[in-house]
Design a binder for this molecule. Structure first.
Ligand SMILES: Nc1ncnc2c1ncn2[C@@H]1O[C@H](COP(=O)(O)OP(=O)(O)O)[C@@H](O)[C@H]1O
Ligand SMILES: [Mg+2]
Length: 186
């Protein structure tokens, strides 16, 4: 958590190897990103990390199932296996009946569920979430938050979540405040 402009998105981008720090190192799964080549960072990001943003960033031309399968296809898995894993994940997030729908045919909450399924499909070590419920109405946000907490327990993946929602922040194991360029434990 932290005020707008405090640097939360910048920090997540640096942690996820999408941006590089002007000072200091990021060590991810034992690998120092400042010493890694772009290709290695891309591979690490694809295999060990998942990302969820405020806006779903699903590909409009592809179905929910294809969107959720994308990280696996990019990682080189066969289409059939990737689509089958994507279907499993979509079922877990409550979208069993929506596999063949494109993003435009889904509600805001359903799109965010697809985005969460996509982020988790490759069983990442960490999922970075930047305001994952920031664009949803209160009721939908609450159901997505409940889903996040369930999945975190079931799948055993760590979530690093940026949020304005203090209720969500309080449900996490740790809450850190980003202020004046530093992190303080709350
Ligand atoms: N790519 C960039 N280059 C330079 N400054 C940036 C860039 N992205 C964000 N900033 C600035 O860095 C600060 C932190 O931004 P951001 O990480 O988006 O904050 P938050 O997510 O906490 O609202 C802001 O002052 C913003 O204008
Ligand atoms: Mg931000």
């Amino acid at each position: 958590v932290g005020t707008s402009g405090a640097g939360k998105t910048t920090l997540l981008n640096i942690l996820g190897g999408l941006d590089s720090p002007s000072a200091g190192d990021v060590v991810l799964c034992g690998q120092n990103l400042s010493q890694a080549k772009e290709k290695q960072i891309t591979k690490l990001r694809n295999q060990q990390l998942g990302f969820v943003y405020q806006f779903h960033h699903l590909l409009a031309e592809f179905t929910a199932q294809e969107n959720a399968a994308m990280p696996l296809i990019i990682a080189g898995m066969s289409n059939r296996e990737a689509m089958s894993k994507a279907a499993d994940l979509l079922e877990r997030v409550g979208l069993k009946e929506r596999l063949g729908h494109k993003p435009a045919e889904l509600s805001g909450g359903e799109r965010q569920r697809v985005a969460i399924a996509r982020a988790l499909v490759n069983s990442p070590r960490v999922v970075m979430m930047d305001e994952p419920t920031g664009n949803l109405d209160a009721e939908t946000a609450e159901s997505i938050q409940a889903l996040m907490l369930t999945l975190r327990q079931e799948i055993g993946t760590s979530f690093a979540v940026v949020t304005h929602d203090m209720a969500l922040a309080q449900k996490m194991d740790r809450t850190l405040v980003l202020e004046r360029g530093g992190l303080v434990e709350r």
